[in-house]
Design a protein around this ligand. Structure first.
Ligand SMILES: NC(=O)c1ccc[n+]([C@@H]2O[C@H](COP(=O)([O-])OP(=O)(O)OC[C@H]3O[C@@H](n4cnc5c(N)ncnc54)[C@H](O)[C@@H]3O)[C@@H](O)[C@H]2O)c1
Length: 374
C-alpha cells in the first residue's frame, strides 16, 4: 500500500504521540495496511489531521438506549463534558434522553454510516453496548448472530482503522455447563450453549486477536447480571432481579421465572458503570489481560425475596419456572472470581445486597408515589 507508506514524517511523529487517553499508536500504524477493511487514500489524509486536540476522550456509545447506555452517558458526561459523549441507537430516544446530550442514529450493521460517525465526530473511545441479550437471542438466533457477531466485526474494523479505544462488555453467559461454576475464574473452559454466549466468547477472542495483531486498544469486562432502578432490562436471564422490585412496590406480588435456589452473580448498575469507566481509564501497562471478570455479590431468588421481605413483609412470591431461562441459568457461573481485576486496576464494588435493596426500593417507591400523586 504505497499511499499508506507515504504518510509524512510529521504525521508519523504525531502517531507515536498518543491522542488523549490512548495507548501509543505504534502497533496500529505498523500494521495498519493489514486491517481487513483497509483505508483508502483520502482516509490517510484525514488521519494525519484527525488526532485529537482535546484533553478529553470523545466517546460514542452504541446501543445506548438499553438498560445500561443512558446511565453510562450520564456518568461520562459528568467527567468529560456533555458534548464529548454521543449516545446512539436504532430506536427513538425518549424526550428526556434526547434533550440531555448528543444523540445520533447508528445501526451497527451499517458499516459505512458507522465509519462516518466515528470519523466526522473524531471518536477516540467507543463503548459497544448494542446486542441481543440471552433470552431474546435464543428467540431470534439469526438476528442475534447478525447484531452480536457481524455488528461486532464492523466495530472492530472501524476501531482498529481509526485507532479508537474500544470497550465491549462480555457476560457470565460467556461460560457454559463445562466451566467451573463456583467460582468461575477469568481463564477456563468456555463452551456456552446460547447464541448470546457464543457471540460474547467470539467478541472476547476477536478483540484480543485484534489487540495482538493490529494494536487495537481493546478492553472487555464480563459483567454479572446488572440491577438498575431507572432503566428496564433488555431480555436477559437475570431480569427477575430487577422486576421483583417493581412488582413488589406496585402489586405486592411477584412471579419468578427461575427456581428459588438458582444462584447467579449480580451487581448494582452504579458499580458496573464505574468499573467500565475505570477500566477504560486504566493505564495500558496495568492491564495484564484484556478481558476481566468483575463481580459484587451472588444470590438466589430465595435470598433476594427474604431480603426484600424485610422491607415489604407482605410480598407474595409464586415460582413459575421458564424452562428456557432456567436451562440458561443452570449453565452459568454461580459466583465470579474477579481477583485479577482487583489486583491489576484496583476494582472494588461498593454495593452489597442490603444497600442494593434499600436503593432500589427508595427509587422505585419514590417514583411510584410521584406517579400516584400526579
Ligand atoms: N444488562 C445486563 O445485565 C448485562 C449483563 C452482562 C452484559 N451485558 C452487556 O452490556 C451491553 C448493554 O446491555 P443492556 O442491558 O443495556 O442491553 P439492552 O438489550 O437493554 O440494550 C441493547 C441495545 O442495543 C440496541 N440495538 C439492537 N440492535 C442494534 C443495531 N443493529 N444497531 C445499534 N443498536 C442496536 C437496542 O435497540 C438496545 O437499545 C450488552 O452488550 C450486553 O450484552 C449486559
Amino acid at each position: 500500500m504505497p499511499l499508506i507508506r507515504s504518510v509524512s514524517k510529521a504525521a508519523r511523529h504525531l502517531l507515536l504521540k498518543p491522542p488523549c487517553g490512548c495507548e501509543p499508536l505504534f502497533h496500529a500504524v505498523r500494521n495498519i495496511s493489514d486491517i481487513p477493511r483497509q483505508v483508502t487514500s483520502s482516509d490517510v489524509t484525514y488521519h494525519s489531521v484527525s488526532f485529537s486536540e482535546t484533553d478529553h476522550p470523545k466517546v460514542l456509545i452504541t446501543g445506548g438506549l438499553g438498560q445500561l447506555g443512558v446511565g453510562l452517558a450520564t456518568l461520562l458526561r459528568k467527567k468529560f463534558g456533555k458534548k464529548n459523549v454521543i449516545l446512539s441507537d436504532i430506536r427513538m430516544p425518549p424526550n428526556n434522553v434526547y434533550h440531555s446530550g448528543p444523540f445520533i442514529y447508528a445501526d451497527i450493521l451499517d458499516y459505512k454510516n458507522l465509519r462516518e460517525i466515528v470519523v466526522n465526530n473524531r471518536i477516540t473511545w467507543l463503548v459497544h453496548y448494542s446486542a441481543l441479550l440471552s433470552a431474546v437471542g435464543e428467540a431470534n438466533v439469526t438476528l442475534a448472530r447478525d447484531v452480536n457477531i457481524t455488528g461486532l466485526h464492523n466495530i472492530l474494523d472501524i476501531c482498529a482503522e481509526h485507532r479508537v479505544r474500544l470497550f465491549v462488555p462480555s457476560t457470565i453467559g460467556a461460560f457454559g455447563p463445562t466451566s467451573p461454576r463456583n467460582p468461575t475464574p477469568d481463564l477456563c473452559i468456555q463452551r456456552p450453549r446460547t447464541i448470546y454466549g457464543v457471540s460474547k466468547v467470539h467478541a472476547e477472542l476477536m478483540g484480543e486477536y485484534y489487540h495482538h495483531k493490529y494494536g487495537l486498544d481493546f478492553r472487555c469486562l464480563r459483567y454479572p447480571g446488572i440491577i438498575s432502578a431507572d432503566s428496564q432490562p433488555g431480555g436477559g436471564t437475570t431480569d427477575y432481579a430487577v422486576q421483583i422490585f417493581h412488582d413488589a412496590v406496585k402489586t405486592g406480588k411477584f412471579v419468578c421465572n427461575l427456581k428459588a435456589d438458582t444462584r447467579l452473580p449480580m451487581m448494582f448498575i452504579d458499580d458496573c458503570l464505574r468499573a467500565t469507566l475505570e477500566v477504560m481509564e486504566a493505564p495500558a501497562e496495568t492491564l495484564s489481560m484484556r478481558t476481566y471478570n468483575i463481580n459484587a455479590m451472588s444470590f438466589t431468588p430465595e435470598d433476594l425475596v427474604q431480603e426484600v421481605q424485610k422491607h415489604l413483609p407482605d410480598l407474595h412470591i409464586i415460582y413459575d419456572v421458564d424452562p428456557i431461562r432456567q436451562a440458561i441459568a443452570d449453565s452459568w457461573p454461580m459466583n465470579f472470581d474477579d481477583s485479577n481485576a482487583r489486583k491489576d486496576w484496583g476494582w472494588k464494588h461498593e454495593y452489597e445486597l442490603p444497600e442494593l435493596i434499600q436503593t432500589m426500593l427508595n427509587f422505585i417507591g419514590a417514583n411510584s408515589r410521584l406517579t400516584h400523586a400526579n
